[in-house]
Write a protein that binds this ligand. Structure first.
Ligand code: FO1
Length: 451
């Protein structure tokens, strides 16, 4: 398989030495359709060395709770089992990667380290610190984007339309099928495979256990592929009509699988493109899946302030600053927002949908975030409340798509300026009446309010 080197970013250029190739699995937590794992295996086969996989359980990652750790760890168990069927050892470490991976590499006399791509500040900092503490070659492979994020653009794209042109030009080269993972030969000096004690792993995570796990979705790469086929077969057809109606089940509900990497976006795009379904629905879905999602990675990669007011476009900062002292008709505290105690039953229903199910309909997320801007004393406070609640309750919180979504809603990122108004300045405004015109608000409130 001629590996496409445009997916690779080199952190340590040192010469490969003898010893196992280690794939540090981080964002793309799956054994199938994983370019980082496939590249690590190609290197191992070339160097006639074993391939090992390692994952670091990081305590309290960005405020994640039992809801997210439970989903992630149950998914890792599935992936560990699939790797074992390929004779590929899966090692679970506890602690920050820059602290625990160097020792693992020395203990296993590793000859090379490979990892996957993640544009978030913290995970990028892990890779930078690691690259300074290890001697072996250290390569990063973009296994999350169809068109590698570092390749498609060297700057923060202004909006979807600027990135879309590049996506349309490059997609035929990158949207291809995946080669299979090869079963690894066992040799006598082969590292023994002992699966972790998974229930113990979850029990020993110090996380906020008040945010319960969700029941509507089964974790892991096997269930993810089944959910993908189910969506394509049963809901893709009417996607372009149902997707914008929060009171309908029109969304794919695949984003938790994409966030934890249980499902490859490229696999999903490849299968949707081949599906027998309404063309308009396919185009609408691929626009969300490819352009919107890859725009979010582009935003976080090139904007270290992706979760701050500072990261907004200059026009947006100036406009919001001009309206800093506008009177707020309502202001709520974090607790009032978190307990869904505003005056607005629609906003409260959206908050309760997220707290109870760990997801919120895409249309409602925009309304939900914009109202936090309207009902807090400052934009900075609005950003920190929206991100805190999103990351605490959304199953797929702590994701570039989430940060780009909040920046779009509150800071007009990737949107254009609109007519100047109170508090919002030229940030696009949304209100209850606008929602009523779009969908059955009563239905949505009834089905999402605590009985
Ligand atoms: N990545 C890790 O490498 N180790 C973890 O323990 C870990 C926990 C975690 C919990 C919730 C969550 O939403 C993400 C988590 N991640 C973890 C990161 C995740 O896999 C993605 O890399 C980032 O969220 C970026 O999408």
């Amino acid at each position: 398989m001629a590996f496409d080197h445009r997916r690779i970013h080199i952190w340590n250029r040192s010469e490969p030495t003898d010893g196992p190739v280690v794939y540090w699995m981080q964002r793309d937590q799956r054994s199938e359709d994983n370019w980082a794992l496939l590249y690590a295996q190609e290197q191992a086969l070339l160097m006639k060395q074993p391939l090992l996989v390692v994952f670091c359980i990081v305590p309290g990652f960005l405020g994640a709770t039992l809801r997210q750790y439970g989903f992630m760890i149950k998914g890792l168990e599935i992936t560990c089992r699939k790797l074992a069927r390929h004779n590929i050892p899966f090692n679970l470490l506890r602690g920050l990667p820059p602290d625990v991976i160097p020792r693992f590499l020395v203990e296993n006399e590793a000859g090379m380290l490979v990892t996957d791509f993640n544009p978030l500040r913290m995970t990028t900092e892990w890779r930078r610190r690691l690259s300074e503490h290890i001697e072996v070659p250290f390569h990063e492979v973009d296994a999350h984007n169809i068109i590698p994020s570092r390749f498609i653009s060297d700057k923060s794209e202004y909006a979807a339309f600027t990135l879309r042109k590049k996506v349309e030009r490059l997609l035929p080269e990158f949207l291809c099928d995946f080669p299979p993972l090869v079963k690894q030969r066992k040799t006598d000096d082969f590292p023994e495979i002992h699966p972790p004690d998974w229930p113990k792993v979850l029990k020993s995570c110090e996380v906020d256990r008040k945010v319960a796990e969700v029941e509507w979705i089964v974790p892991g790469e096997v269930a993810a592929v089944a959910a993908m086929h189910d969506f394509i077969k049963n809901r893709l057809e009417q996607y372009h009509t149902d997707r914008n109606f929060p009171d309908k089940k029109g969304q794919s509900d695949l984003s938790p699988y994409l966030h934890f990497g249980h499902l490859s976006a490229q696999r999903l795009a490849f299968e949707v493109q081949r599906a027998e379904a309404d063309l308009e629905s396919k185009m609408a879905f691929l626009e969300e899946l490819i352009v919107r999602r890859e725009l979010a990675d582009n935003f976080c990669l090139h904007n270290p302030n992706y979760d701050h007011f500072e990261g907004f476009q200059p026009w947006a900062k100036a406009s919001l600053n001009k309206h800093r002292d506008d009177p707020r008709e309502y202001t709520y505290s974090l607790e009032q927002f978190e307990q869904a105690q505003t005056h607005d039953p629609l906003w409260n229903a959206a908050q309760q949908e997220m707290v109870i199910t760990g997801k919120m309909h895409g249309f409602m997320r925009m309304y939900w975030a914009k109202k936090i801007l309207e009902w807090t004393p400052s934009t900075e406070e609005a950003m920190s409340i929206a991100i805190y609640l999103n990351d605490k309750y959304e199953l797929e919180g702590r994701d570039p798509s989430g940060y780009a979504g909040v920046a779009w809603s509150i800071g007009g990122t990737h949107d254009r300026p609109w007519g100047d108004r109170n508090i919002f300045g030229m940030i696009r405004y949304m209100n209850y009446q606008g929602c009523k015109r779009k969908f059955n608000v009563e239905n949505y409130i009834r089905s999402n309010s605590k009985s």
